[in-house]
Ligand binder design. Sequence first.
Ligand SMILES: Nc1nc2c(ncn2[C@@H]2O[C@H](COP(=O)(O)OP(=O)(O)OP(=O)(O)O)[C@@H](O)[C@H]2O)c(=O)[nH]1
Ligand SMILES: [Mg+2]
Ligand SMILES: [Zn+2]
Length: 315
Amino acid sequence: MNERRTGIITRAQSGFFTVQSEEDSVVCTIRGQLQEIRRDTDLAALGDRVTFLTQADGTGIIEAIAERSRVLSRRAPSGHSRQKPKFRDRSVEQVLVANPDQAVFVFSCTEPDPNMRMLDRCLVTASANQIPALICVNKIDRVGPQETPGLFSIYEHIGYHVVYTSALYGTGITNLRTTLQGKLSVLVGPSGVGKSTLLNKIQPGLRLQVQSVSHSTSKGRHTTVFPQLLRLDGGGWVADTPGLRALDFFDLEPEELDAYFVEIAPLVSECAFSDCSHTHEPNCAVRTAAESGIIHPLRYDSFKRMRLGQEYPEA
Ligand SMILES: Nc1nc2c(ncn2[C@@H]2O[C@H](COP(=O)(O)OP(=O)(O)OP(=O)(O)O)[C@@H](O)[C@H]2O)c(=O)[nH]1
Ligand SMILES: [Mg+2]
Ligand SMILES: [Zn+2]
């Protein structure tokens, strides 16, 4: 009766994990001893590959969690319930998804307006974790071709792949579907940008809940409440996640930041001081490039704010 199987975690909720195996999907808990091994990160998360033992009642017990190739994570927002009291003062990693092949950062042209600082934080997080990133700009039906999309051309210039979509009219959907094929991807972005709507368009059978038009003016409402990993018909997996309010870095020192801005990293060796912060020092190659427009002012401003630990507006 008790069978050992392997699978991938598709849902993680209050200590219960849905695991999709070859045969079916089984709700599992985690074996006690495992709880001891990972203390400053989520023990198990969406995308984790696990081995579990089936029980007579149809549930399962996770016995082993495979080593993660990489994670898309952030510092757990304060008040995160997983924290045990004795770790309250330590920063804890919240894993958005384990083992992603790529991250798709979704923003909309309007409603909500794009938050470029948030996008830059997303890109730094991906880069620091060696996760290939692409940008999806949704709701292009809401603006003229010269308006907001132009803002995202900054990112095309520095080498990011930007996909322009309208989930409403189906523009760019084939392109996005092809990009997701055969990979484990995660859609991340502020609430209301259309992540779930895009996925429904890519695969109508998913039937994900999306924000109804009558609620579209109410701020702060999150339609997707729990993240889940979905299997794509053509092969691959994609995680739909709840809207992101903030993205605090986990385990990232300010001194490392220059390495995660693709257009800044190559200039660092030309600065006069080896410990240059690129904010005020003389003979700084980064500042010179920003002043002459080689680095876009918005990107340099983002860098400086992150480097100096300044607050950024919440999405
Ligand atoms: N005009 C227009 N509206 C869109 C488009 N895509 C989504 N919407 C609308 O935007 C609203 C929010 O869409 P959702 O898919 O629920 O957004 P979400 O990013 O999943 O939001 P959370 O689950 O809260 O994170 C819905 O009312 C959609 O109908 C689009 O391309 N154009
Ligand atoms: Mg959603
Ligand atoms: Zn410098």
